[in-house]
Design a protein around this ligand. Sequence first.
Ligand SMILES: [Mg+2]
Length: 227
Amino acid sequence: MSQSWNGTAVRLAFDVMFKRQWLAIPHVTVTDIRYINFCELKKAGCRAVVYDKDNCITNPYEDHISLRVKPGWDECLRVFGRENVLIMSNSAGSSDDKDFEKARHLDNVLGVQVVKHGGKKPGGHDAILQALGGKDVKLEELAFVGDRLLTDVVFGNLGGMLTIHTQPFSLKRDNRVAKSVRTMENALMLPFFRWLRHNRYRGALNERVQTHPLLSGAGLTRTEPLE
Ligand SMILES: [Mg+2]
């Protein structure tokens, strides 16, 4: 029920706090994946969607899609096709997952590919391209969806992906450290970085977080969730 120490993420977190705040600012924020307009996302040129797992599509450490967000998940599979939907987790498929047993189990249960990156986000961009094997796809043509700013959003932005930030939907089984860090990220860090963006770094920072090829002219979010 726990994840091992992620030194790279901690070092990068300091870099984000003091230098590259834009890395932790998502392009799009939604309550959960039912609010993403997948048809518009595809129309905008997105070729595949990569998801974080825990607290984004499943309850922490569970194997099935949360019933609450299932309408959004099903819509994503329908629009993009299973072969273009991936899961990139810091548990299954990561360095914590011996012989990728959990990842293989989830491949079968969820019917989509869990990326076997053997590391921890924010590393692993190459593994995503490999998992999409031979499609000549670029990271800029992908969307990354996750609930954590310092892992998921930073990971997506580092790779040049469109980043979609979701709110956690279950804190019940999450570990205490993850819970506290996430609360700090959402309640303090993101509002502060957004304030910086509007008040201190209008030029360069704005440009980096507000422009992305997949954002052009598309209404990527819904006002009502899919049911
Ligand atoms: Mg998560």
